[in-house]
Design a binder for this molecule. Structure first.
Ligand SMILES: [Zn+2]
Ligand SMILES: [Zn+2]
Length: 254
């Protein structure tokens, strides 16, 4: 299923233009000061017909692999075809999950939205948000960002990489932006007591898990020191599926 999803995203991503993101320096500094991310909904180079296609294909893949049932699949297909319902739903979901605007955020979903919508929208928005992160991260000054959530889109980290310098970088689970973060701080609850972080690695030392003994969540990482290639999230998250099982056996949740 992961491979089929990567294929859908790769096809769309090639068509998405690199947006010209040049946020005002004062605005960006204020966002960072407040712990808010930098990509506004209007910055996303969202072509709605491409988005609808991605959503429909993503729903097909999830249904094919039994992640969503038939009624849910049909509900998504219908929504993707309807002109008026999809755009406000996607806009509100992004506002509610990014925190880019000052509160209050709108409700994440209207009543009756399928439960799987978080995953569907996350996967369908990724090709567009990845391009935003590509445009933004090399330019803007994110050095002072010290949060566990993404400085570009506000989503949480779901993978990490240990850079050749030994610095750990978190990787956003939505737009794959990377940012520096304390090596033994939990990105989910900010616990930085290294005695309360349980860490273990694969026998070859290539992959590592950090489990937090406060919030009981875990994070996987690729150790790029001495490695022949940089981190590749789509590959490395599949290669580390046995580590998910090991972490969950020890009582940690993803
Ligand atoms: Zn992000
Ligand atoms: Zn934690």
């Amino acid at each position: 299923m992961q491979i089929a999803l990567v294929e859908v995203q790769r096809r769309i991503q090639g068509r998405v233009p690199l947006p010209r993101l040049q946020p005002d320096a004062d605005w960006l500094a204020a966002q960072q000061q407040a712990g808010r991310p930098a990509v506004r909904f209007g910055d996303i180079p969202l072509d709605w017909s491409d988005f609808r296609l991605t959503l429909r294909q993503t729903a097909d893949v999830l249904h094919r692999f039994h992640h969503i049932d038939r009624p849910e699949h049909d509900q998504v297909q219908m929504l993707a075809r309807e002109g008026n319902a999809l755009e406000p739903l996607v806009t509100n979901w992004y506002l509610a999950t990014s925190g880019v605007e000052p509160p209050p955020a709108p409700p994440k979903f209207p009543p009756g939205a399928p439960e799987s919508f978080d995953m569907l929208l996350l996967l369908s928005m990724r090709p567009f948000l990845v391009r935003c992160a590509e445009a933004l991260m090399p330019r803007a000054d994110f050095v002072r960002w010290q949060h566990g959530h993404c400085p570009a889109c506000g989503w949480e980290a779901d993978f990490a990489v240990v850079a050749p310098t030994g610095q750990r970088r978190l990787i956003c689970g939505r737009c794959v932006a990377q940012w520096n973060y304390g090596s033994h701080t939990c990105p989910y609850c900010a616990n930085d007591d290294s005695r309360l972080i349980t860490s273990f690695q694969t026998r070859d030392g290539r992959y590592r898990v950090y489990g937090c003994d406060i919030c009981k969540r875990y994070l996987k990482a690729y150790d790029s020191r001495g490695a022949s290639r940089p981190v590749m999230v789509s590959v490395d998250s599949i290669a580390t599926l046995p580590l998910d099982a090991a972490a969950q056996q020890r009582g940690y949740a993803g």
